[in-house]
Design a binder for this molecule. Structure first.
Ligand SMILES: [Mn+2]
Length: 407
C-alpha cells in the first residue's frame, strides 16, 4: 500500500492576516499530491484546526479543501477496532485518518470541529484506538493517540500500551512533544522520549513539531512530517520545503514531494555589539535585498531575530523599524523581533508579549497553574482537570463549582 502523510494544517491560522488562504491552499495541495500519487489512504496526525472553535468561514473553506480527496479513489476497506469490536467505516474518495492535536481538543464531552468533519465523512477521526486498512491480501494497522497534556503523555501511553499486529504493517500516530526535540526554554515540557516508544512498529509518525525530520530507531522509522503551513516560524522549519511524505509498505521507505506552490521562508539571527540604530537598519536592509534578489511567486516570509547590545543610552525603541517595514511590505511578509538586552525588566515584558501572542500558550500555562494549585488543596486528583479548566476559562463558575462539589 501507498500512504500519504502530512500534518498540522492549522486551518484558520491568521484568519484576518495576509496569509489567511495559505492553510487552505496547502491542505488542498497536499491532498491533490496524494490523489496524483494514487495513495490508498492518507494520515494526518493532528492540529487540523488552529483554534478549538473555528469560525464558519474557516469551517466552510476547510470542507472545500478536504473535499479534494473525493477526486481520487481507493479500494481499501477500513475497520475501527476498539475493545475487541470490529466495525467497518464507510468513506468516499480516498480516506484521511486523523487524530486530534493540542489545538483542537475540548475534553471528552464537547464536540469539536473535527467531530463535525468526521460525521460529514470527510475525515476518519479516532483516538486511542486502531484502524485496520485492508486491500486484497494486505493489511496495515494504524494506531493513533490524539494529543494529551504533556505531563500525562507517558502515563497514558503506558496505560494504552499499543501492540503491533502480526502479518501486517504497523503504523503509530502521535501528537506530542518529545524530549529530544524540545528547546530547553519551551514551556511545553515533554515527558515522552524516543526511548519510551513501543517496539515493533514499522513507522511512527508524530505531528505537533512543525519541521520535517526522519530517523531510524532500530527497525522503526520515526517521522515528523512537519506542518503544511508555518505558524511560529522556527529556524528548523525554514530549512526544508513543505510538502507530503509517502510511505510504501512493501519497500518500507519514505519519499517526499514538495507543494508546487509555496511561500519561501527565510530565517536570520543577527547579533549586534554596541550597535547604533543606523547600522542595525543597514544590516537588516542588506539581508532583505539578498533574500529578495531571486524571484518569488508568493511573497516570501522573512523572519529577522535581533539580539545583542546597543550603544550606551540607546534602547530598542530607538531602532525605528516603521519606515523600513513599509518600504518592504509589498515585497515580503516581515517579522522582526528586537531582543536587545539592556535590562531584565524589558526582557520580562517581551516574554509576556510572546506568551500573549498565542492563546494556546496562555491556556497551557493556565492549565499547569490550576493543576499545581489544586494539588495543594484537599480536592486531590479526582477532578476532571481539563473540564474544570475549560469551564473556568469560559467563566462558567456555577458549572465549575458543581464539578468540584461532586468530588
Ligand atoms: Mn501544530
Amino acid at each position: 500500500m501507498k500512504i500519504g502523510i502530512f500534518s498540522d494544517p492549522h486551518l484558520g491560522f491568521e484568519e484576518k492576516g495576509e496569509r489567511a488562504s495559505d492553510c487552505f491552499d496547502n491542505l488542498s495541495q497536499a491532498i491533490e499530491l496524494c490523489v496524483e500519487e494514487k495513495v490508498d489512504f492518507m494520515v494526518l496526525p493532528g492540529d487540523i484546526f488552529h483554534i478549538p472553535m473555528p469560525s464558519h468561514n474557516t469551517l466552510f473553506d476547510s470542507i472545500k479543501s478536504f473535499s479534494t480527496a473525493k477526486k481520487g479513489s481507493s479500494f481499501v476497506k477500513l475497520f475501527l477496532e476498539k475493545n475487541n469490536e470490529k466495525k467497518e467505516i464507510p468513506f468516499t474518495g480516498i480516506p484521511i485518518l486523523t487524530i486530534h492535536g493540542n489545538h483542537e481538543y475540548r475534553g471528552k464531552e464537547t464536540k469539536t470541529a473535527l467531530d463535525v468533519l468526521n460525521l460529514s465523512g470527510l475525515v476518519v477521526y479516532f483516538h486511542a484506538g486502531m484502524i485496520s486498512v485492508e486491500k486484497e491480501n494486505e493489511k496495515t494497522c494504524v494506531f493513533g493517540l490524539g494529543a494529551v497534556p504533556e505531563k500525562k503523555a507517558l502515563e497514558v501511553l503506558n496505560y494504552w500500551n499499543p501492540k503491533p499486529v502480526q502479518n501486517a504493517s504497523n503504523l503509530l500516530l502521535f501528537h506530542q512533544g518529545f524530549k529530544e526535540f524540545m528547546a530547553l526554554d519551551d514551556e511545553m515540557i515533554a515527558t515522552l522520549s524516543l526511548d519510551d516508544l513501543p517496539k515493533g512498529f514499522d513507522l511512527i509518525i508524530n505531528g505537533h513539531l512543525h519541521w520535517r525530520n526522519e530517523q531510524k530507531l532500530g527497525k522503526t522509522i520515526f517521522l515528523l512530517p512537519g506542518s503544511t503551513v508555518s505558524t511560529s516560524i522556527k529556524k528548523l522549519e525554514t530549512e526544508k520545503p513543505k510538502g507530503v511524505c509517502f510511505y510504501d509498505t512493501q519497500k518500507k521507505e519514505i519519499t517526499f514531494k514538495p507543494f508546487p506552490k509555496q511561500r519561501k521562508m527565510f530565517y536570520h539571527k543577527l547579533k549586534f555589539d554596541e550597535a547604533d540604530s543606523e547600522s542595525v537598519l543597514l544590516e537588516c536592509k542588506n539581508i532583505l535585498l539578498s533574500d529578495l534578489s531571486e524571484q518569488h511567486e508568493l511573497k516570501p516570509l522573512i523572519r529577522i531575530n535581533m539580539k545583542g547590545t546597543l550603544k550606551k543610552g540607546l534602547s530598542s525603541a530607538d531602532v525605528n523599524l516603521a519606515d523600513f517595514m513599509n518600504e518592504f511590505s509589498s515585497k515580503a511578509i516581515l517579522s522582526v523581533s528586537k531582543n536587545f538586552s539592556n535590562s531584565s525588566f524589558k526582557r520580562k515584558i517581551s516574554e509576556l508579549r510572546e506568551m500573549q501572542k498565542s492563546k494556546l500558550s496562555l491556556a497551557s500555562v493556565g492549565f499547569e497553574l490550576l493543576e499545581k494549585n489544586l494539588k495543594e488543596t484537599d480536592f486531590g486528583n479526582e477532578i476532571e482537570l481539563k473540564k474544570l479548566f475549560d469551564l473556568l476559562a469560559e467563566n462558567d463558575i456555577d458549572a465549575a463549582a458543581e464539578l468540584v462539589n461532586k468530588n
